[in-house]
Design a protein around this ligand. Sequence first.
Ligand SMILES: Nc1ncnc2c1ncn2[C@@H]1O[C@H](COP(=O)(O)OP(=O)(O)OP(=O)(O)O)[C@@H](O)[C@H]1O
Length: 301
Amino acid sequence: MIEAKRLSKHYGRTVAVDDLSFTVNPGRVTGFLGPNGAGKSTTMRMILGLDRPNGGDVLIDGQHYAGLKHPLRKVGALLDAKWVHPNRSARAHLRWLAKSNRLPVSRVDEVLEMVGLTAVAGKRAGGFSLGMSQRLGVAGALLGDPEILLFDEPVNGLDPEGILWIRQLMHRLADDGRTVFVSSHLLSEMAQTAQDLIVIGRGKLIAATTTEQFIHDATEDRVRVRSPQASRLRELLAGQALVADDAVDGALVVHGLAASVVGEVAAENGIVLHELSPQRGSLEEAFMQLTKESVDYHAHD
Ligand SMILES: Nc1ncnc2c1ncn2[C@@H]1O[C@H](COP(=O)(O)OP(=O)(O)OP(=O)(O)O)[C@@H](O)[C@H]1O
């Protein structure tokens, strides 16, 4: 479990993290979301003792990272995939990491296998693509078979097969009962990966909840309807709901009524339906809605 309590960090006059409290629980994949510059990497660095908070505290199972007896056995982290010495091979890098942390060297080949780098284990890490470097970073995080895993933007540079692989890996790690904390910009990816979310903006907590609840709270459910008698149906629904047109295919999009009610109105009036589908809001919509006040870097058109 990771517990941040009233955590703050500033760099000169820039407030990177501002009175931030949250808990990351075991057995779940927890997504860490926020617009650019929201303070995600700074928070992750503070969890790992790489940055010192100006206020508050962050504990790993009740202890500071610096106080952990065998840090790599407790916490594995992927922060910056490119920090590997460029002339070392992937295997040599992991052997060095294992030896310097008193971990069994036999674990190196196991983690190389787990991340799919066995065939290139003897090659210079400096020649690796970003996706291969990410896999090597994940191998390093898994080396100590830790209970807690931190991944900062792990899907950066991965191809679709790599993205699926890392999603399944994170689910497996959480199913084992581990704590998995992962930051990402890719919201549709997070929607499929994270069961819980911690959302921050300008260093402050915006939401800490399940992914499902987050989407439910910030977006409105709606119903898509297609009918050869669409204008008649629209007239009938207009008194009870807001009815819009889908810009792409002209279907009716009904806000504020359940699909069952729309279906009943149609049936009572003998209207044929070609489609009646409840639509859920997306994580993108929910995220935009809840973070619009706290985006530091807008695209101006
Ligand atoms: N070492 C540093 N020195 C000065 N300012 C910093 C430093 N590290 C981070 N910051 C600033 O702190 C704020 C938070 O940055 P951080 O990198 O933690 O955000 P982030 O949410 O990880 O962003 P991104 O998604 O763009 O990586 C930003 O305004 C950033 O410019």
